[in-house]
Design a protein around this ligand. Structure first.
Ligand code: FES
Ligand SMILES: [Fe+2]
Length: 360
């Protein structure tokens, strides 16, 4: 076993902190019709009914245990998930609605995860012992008018969502790893229950085609809702482009995580700075072009982080210095996502019972 994993006192409390985690893009669900994946240590399936309602459910049939993914021959027919073994049909609430040869047993029900969709991204709640959502993602969806479509790309590596999210408050790495300059995080990190906000400005100088160095100036605000949802919104001032980035860490099996990077760019009407060729592009093509560039640079930056994340060990007692930002505040914020057995069992008696019965 590698040294970085050997010491139990260095382990984070769990590879599965409680929270909302990304499952898939709506478009991918519609395209595939039925998706199977390992998510938060569980086999799940995802599908959409004819009314556009998306279901995220456990991937095993309550009849005789067949796997319900396309790998085993399951399918979606008229919006219902059909088991490949004896044909039980499940609606998006998880209830069995029909079987081929007899009335459906009322108790035949899939365990489903509560879902929330934001800007075409589907998230589901994962609670300790299957307990209900303890908090919500932001109520308001970001405005879509005046923005191009989202672009999603996913990286997979050995890691932990607490470690990846920690980079939102780690100001020193912005300079040292990514080479940003003028990093300025004037305002302290704001914490309000499961919400954490971090604001910062920075500049990055980009070599264009190896001949000219161009400096871009950014202001950004990171809105973090638990360890699976980080949303960064901001503006690049020299051209005048609004941007959105989502960094969505999702544990797979306790060792690997998927890190989905989602970008969206606002329409560019009157660029403040001359950008070669931009003036010739129709306005509605500018934002998608910048979004493609934004995706490219985000991926490039995150690959620099991945080189560190995939081999680092968790340091429970970090020896911090003044330029580190608010890592201590962040660590204290994270503790709420690892509720102990006493907190989980503070449910009313019957709820605790049903949580255990339906738990995962
Ligand atoms: S195991 Fe699914 S219908 Fe029998
Ligand atoms: Fe980073």
């Amino acid at each position: 076993m590698p040294d970085r994993l050997r010491h139990a006192d260095r382990a984070l409390p769990s590879p599965f902190p409680e929270g909302w985690y990304f499952v898939a893009g709506r478009r991918d669900v519609l395209k595939a019709k039925l998706i199977q994946k390992i998510w938060m240590g569980e086999d799940i399936v995802v599908w959409c009914d004819d009314q556009g309602r998306i279901c995220v459910a456990e991937a095993y049939c309550p009849h005789l245990g067949s796997f319900l993914g396309p790998d085993a021959g399951a399918s979606v027919c008229d919006g219902r998930l059909v088991c490949p073994f004896h044909g039980y049909e499940f609606d998006v609430s998880g209830q069995c609605m029909a079987t081929p040869f007899a009335p459906p047993p009322r108790s035949a029900r899939l365990r489903v995860h509560e879902t929330r969709e934001i800007s075409g991204m589907v998230f589901a709640w994962w609670g300790i012992n299957g307990r209900e959502p303890q908090w919500q993602l932001p109520a308001q969806d970001p405005e879509q008018t005046g923005w191009c479509g989202i672009h999603i790309q996913t990286l997979r590596f050995e890691g932990h969502p607490q470690e990846t999210t920690e980079n939102s408050v780690d100001m020193a790495h912005l300079r040292y790893v990514h080479g940003y300059h003028g990093v300025n995080a004037d305002n302290p990190v704001v914490v309000d229950g499961p919400y954490l906000e971090s604001r910062f400005d920075f500049r990055r100088t980009q070599s264009i085609a190896g001949v000219a160095n161009v400096t871009f100036e950014f202001s950004a605000t990171a809105h973090v809702y638990g360890l699976g949802y980080s949303f960064v919104e901001g503006r690049e001032h020299s051209i005048g482009v609004d941007f959105r980035l989502w960094v969505l860490a999702t544990p797979i099996d306790g060792k690997w995580i998927d890190l989905s990077l989602v970008t969206q760019t606002g329409q560019i009407r009157d660029p403040k700075r001359r950008v070669v060729g931009l003036g010739f592009l129709p306005r509605d093509r500018r934002a998608p072009l910048f979004n493609a560039l934004s995706s490219y640079f985000q991926r490039r930056d995150v690959m620099q982080d991945v080189a560190i994340w995939r081999r680092k060990r968790y340091e429970p007692r970090p020896r911090l210095c003044r330029s580190d930002g608010e890592i201590t505040t962040y660590r204290a914020y994270c503790e709420q996502f690892y509720p102990g057995p006493e907190e989980v069992l503070q449910l009313p008696r019957e709820e605790a019972g049903s949580a255990r019965m339906t738990g995962g």
